[in-house]
Design a protein around this ligand. Structure first.
Ligand code: X8Z
Ligand code: ZN
Length: 628
């Protein structure tokens, strides 16, 4: 399984399956996610016992069938993403279509158990609930199902290959996102940055546009066939609460963190204004998207040298050491060592034999990092094109978080082999990142010196904030955009405009040049091209601090949250593993409660963690007009 793109719902971890569990326990067993099922509260009838037994058997049979479909889809998808060819793409589309068809059949067949849901044992009931969210449903017409799967593969492959030209011998020469990203990270020349930004967006975004427009129609047809209003409704319904309540939760969490983001934006904009002048960066408007060191302006850590609060205090960047004395496998070993220090198992030998740690020579591949349990049986792998730099060291820890989640639950029924919600899956490795403090990095020999004073704290916090606070509005808006697209509230002619409206509203970021309705800038982002839901990353950005706070408490740590590292702490490790082992067998609220004592997602741990930086930013921004 890879954390799953919508289409696939296979097990890969750049998306977990779309989203598991659901409302059964909190809202009563009759809670139904929009699906067109008969009411669940019909009076008991004599045949109930037979139907209950049948339901149990159905769930056992479905487990086998879905496992087979997931494994087939995941095996062919792995082959294609590590070696993009026409044949691999066709095979992947075929198994993806079979998976959609099989899931849809099962969802429809399960409807007969709706009248007795309340009488089923919790595990059977929950699997029936999760089945509704177990993958992209197929449209009724088999031809359309095939088309949907093909388009899905084509979109992923188009993104993976990147910007291509046909060379002399008629061979296609492509430059993938890695190449363009390096330019955006390193250059400080606005004209060069603009050229890079525009090349990627024009080539990849525009190529994705017609595919995506059709994809929306077909995916919605599939969702409707199993009783959802549309794909947006299907995605939002998968969180153990009514869909509107879920959407309101995301807004509530954003309102908790928005003031901190606004302070960071204000300080960053002022620094960029000083660097590039009023013409390039206005003092009061949104920041042009190409100047933030990242293709989507989603995290700004490459601007740290320019934004460093106090010069000459102590380095916080481990890239120089990685470049000098590491290779990709050694970086992954360092990640594994963190997890084993918590009492978790070493990665299986097969991980080292089967993972893709660098781009295979002479092949096209999807370099966007992901984690997999290809056969849903502890067949753990990661797929990355590792660069020897700090960002990728952190991404490795993110991906291993997925693999350790897979490992903790691989013996469960396949429908429970998911995160408690998809945000949990994304948050595991990120929680570990929060424990990679300067002290820890020094212990590992990655930093030679660590300063312990207020200035060092602010520098360190700025470094973390440029990755994790800058990310928050982006994490929120990608699926706000897709919700409006799938629901039909926004039509294709306005797709691009709506994207930039949301980028401005939430991120305070603007397109560097005028964009047209024929452009398709969202398609220049991996998760849109690969149909991987994105709200999970926003949830993870919140949850990881909640997890970190709880784990630090279990570890007996009483100091400031930003100084805590759970490295080597077996008590914290045991608590973490206990939650991971639940998979999706319980509503996420129960899993969260188990670890944190809270039943709600809550951004207060973020604010607690960043309290020193927030205060510092407010002082820096005093007298300024922040916002845009
Ligand atoms: O896609 C990812 C991971 C794989 S699940 C590398 N992330 C999001 C992104 O790159 O946009 C991690 C942070 C957000
Ligand atoms: Zn991930």
């Amino acid at each position: 399984m890879k954390l799953i793109p919508l289409l696939l719902l296979a097990a890969a971890a750049c998306g977990g399956p779309e989203k598991p569990e659901t409302a059964a326990d909190r809202h009563g067993p009759d809670w139904q996610p929009q699906a067109a099922s008969p009411p669940a509260d019909k009076p008991a009838i004599n045949g109930d016992d037979a139907l209950i037994a049948e339901a149990k058997q159905f769930v056992a049979d479905t487990d086998k069938e879905i496992r087979r479909l997931y494994v087939d889809a995941s095996v062919t998808e792995w082959a294609n993403e590590t070696d993009i060819t026409k044949e691999h793409g066709e095979a992947a589309a075929k198994s993806s279509a079979e998976q959609s068809t099989g899931i849809t059949k099962a969802i429809k067949a399960a409807r007969k158990f709706d009248p007795i849901l309340a009488k089923l044992d919790p595990a059977t009931r929950r699997q029936l609930l999760l089945l509704k969210f177990s993958g992209q449903p197929a449209p009724d017409d088999a031809k359309q199902t095939e088309e949907l799967a093909k388009i899905g593969e084509e979109m992923t492959a188009t993104y993976g290959k990147g910007v291509c030209e046909t060379g002399k011998a008629g061979k296609e020469q492509c430059k993938d996102i890695e190449v363009w990203s390096k330019e955006l990270q390193k250059s400080r020349k606005p004209a060069a940055l603009l050229k890079t930004w525009q090349t990627w967006h024009d080539a990849v975004g525009r190529a994705e546009r017609p595919l995506f427009v059709r994809y929306v129609e077909l995916a919605n047809a599939g969702a409707r066939g199993v009783g959802f209003k549309d794909v947006a409704s299907m995605w939002k319904s998968g969180y153990d609460m009514p869909e509107d309540a879920f959407a309101a939760e995301t807004d509530r969490l954003w309102s908790q963190v928005k003031p901190l983001y606004t302070q960071l934006h204000c300080y960053t904009r002022r620094t960029l204004n000083k660097m590039y002048g009023d013409k390039a960066v206005s003092k009061s408007g949104p920041i042009p998207s190409h100047l933030l060191g990242n293709m989507w302006a989603q995290s700004w850590d490459y601007l740290y040298p320019e934004l460093e609060p106090y010069k000459g205090v102590a380095p916080v960047d481990v890239t120089p050491t990685l470049e000098k004395s590491y290779d990709p496998a050694k970086m992954v070993k360092m990640g594994e060592a963190f997890y084993t220090s918590l009492g978790m198992d070493p990665l299986p030998q097969s991980f080292w034999e089967r993972s893709m740690l660098t781009k295979p020579a002479g092949k096209e591949a999807v370099c966007h990092a992901s984690a997999w349990d290809v056969t849903y049986s502890d067949d753990l792998r990661i797929k990355m094109c590792i660069n020897k730099n700090q960002e990728d060291l952190y991404t490795i820890h993110h991906e291993l978080g997925h693999d350790y989640y897979f490992h903790a639950y691989y013996k469960l029924p396949v429908l429970f082999q998911q995160g408690a919600n998809d945000g949990f899956h994304e948050a595991i490795g990120d929680t570990i990142q929060l424990s990679m403090t300067p002290e820890y990095l020094k212990q590992k020999g990655l930093l030679a010196t660590v300063a312990k004073n207020d200035k060092a704290t602010i520098n360190q916090q700025m470094h973390v904030a440029l990755a994790k606070i800058a990310f928050l509005p982006f994490g929120l808006l990608v699926d706000k955009w897709r919700w409006d697209v799938f629901s039909g509230a926004v039509k294709p002619d306005d797709y691009n405009k709506h994207w930039w409206d949301l980028k401005k509203e939430y991120q305070g970021v603007a397109a560097p040049i005028e964009r047209a309705a024929t452009d398709f800038d969202p398609g220049a982002k991996f998760h849109v091209a690969s149909n991987t839901p994105y709200m999970r990353y926003f949830l993870a950005a919140v949850l990881q601090f909640q997890f970190h706070r709880a784990l630090c408490k279990k570890a007996g740590f009483t100091g400031p949250l930003n100084e805590c590292s759970i490295y080597g702490n077996k008590d914290a490790g045991a608590a973490f593993q206990k939650m991971l082992a639940l998979g999706a067998s319980k509503p996420w609220q129960d899993a969260l409660f188990e670890l944190t004592g809270q039943r709600e997602m809550d951004a207060s741990a973020i604010l607690e963690y960043f309290a020193p930086l927030e205060k510092w930013l407010e002082e820096q921004n005093k007298g300024q007009t922040c916002g845009w």
